[in-house]
Design a protein around this ligand. Structure first.
Ligand code: ZN
Length: 300
């Protein structure tokens, strides 16, 4: 299972349109809140890597109209609430606000997934305050899952969005392509990735991205697994594909600082330091690489 995915949470979409039920759950102490502050999530903040879920409207005072219903877990309603407009995090809360990515999958998986969902929804709320068609302000509907333009002659509706991106392990026998972007942490290398463009299938996007970034022709893209990556709004779709034999990597330096073939042995001996390291452990890139590294090295 990929980090940030597969939570037991029941999104209970039918309840988003039950305003009376939502109002009841927003009464003090009735529900759990997942607060966001300037894109950061609330965690315990000592040695224990745990999320904190303050009681709604007792531990944290929130505007009910701004609360986003996430769903039900073990009979409890969970709401996300963005308090980014405060200059400092609410003083009533224990713990501290941290970037979810800095916890690098150290949280219990269920908590990490809940926090990621809340983060993605709050990001969408921040970026959908105004109508993209006419520029008028929007109002919140469906317990935070729809924004409608306040201009009566427009009335355009927006819904939470996630942007598909393909990420692919390109193999040629016992070697794979890894690249590096200059803004990444020192030494980090990863497999190739890119956003899907309008009018493209996922397989088309895999072939195009590998050609654009590394000058390599690939065939047979095969879907492996996916990962929500709400940093801020991506869905990573993991593929594996085979390069036509014997090709040389031609790096597109507008997209990558470097890229080349790496052998299985070379990656198994990664020093994991500033000279060379594999992608972060909570990423689908690392999972795709680990699965490949663990396979028999005989040609397939
Ligand atoms: Zn509008």
């Amino acid at each position: 299972m990929n980090t940030y995915s597969s939570i037991r949470l029941d999104r209970a979409a039918h309840l988003r349109r039950e305003p009376d039920w939502i109002q009841k759950k927003l009464r003090p102490g009735k529900s759990s809140c997942i607060p966001l502050w300037q894109g950061k999530n609330l965690i315990r903040g000592d040695d224990r890597q745990e999320a904190l879920f303050p009681r709604f409207s007792t531990d944290i005072h929130a505007d009910p109209d701004e609360c986003i219903f996430l769903g039900m877990l073990d009979g409890e309603a969970y709401f996300a609430y963005d308090c980014s407009e405060l200059q400092n995090p609410p003083a009533s809360l224990e713990g501290k606000f941290e970037d979810l990515r800095s916890l690098a999958g150290l949280l219990p998986p269920e908590e990490g997934a809940l926090l990621a969902y809340a983060r993605g929804m709050c990001h969408w709320h921040q970026s959908s305050r105004f109508c993209p068609r006419c520029g008028e302000a929007t109002r919140i509907l469906d317990a935070g899952h729809q924004k409608k333009c306040l201009n009566g002659s427009c009335g355009f509706s927006q819904f939470p969005r996630t942007d598909p991106a393909v990420i692919m392990l390109v193999q040629d026998g016992d070697r794979v392509v890894l690249g590096r972007q200059s803004r990444w942490p020192a030494g980090m290398h990863s497999i190739l990735a890119g956003f899907v463009e309008p009018g493209e299938s996922l397989e088309d996007a895999v072939v195009r991205e590998v050609r654009e970034e590394a000058g390599i022709e690939v065939e047979r893209p095969e879907y492996q697994s996916s990962q929500p990556w709400p940093f801020p709004a991506s869905l990573m779709l993991g593929f594996r594909c085979s390069a036509l034999a014997g090709q040389t990597v031609k790096v597109n330096t507008e997209e990558l600082e470097s890229a080349r073939w790496f052998s299985r042995e070379e990656l198994k001996q990664s020093p994991e330091d500033q000279t060379f390291r594999l992608p972060r452990r909570d990423s689908i890139a690392r999972r795709l690489l680990n699965e490949w590294l663990e396979e028999d090295s005989k040609p397939q």
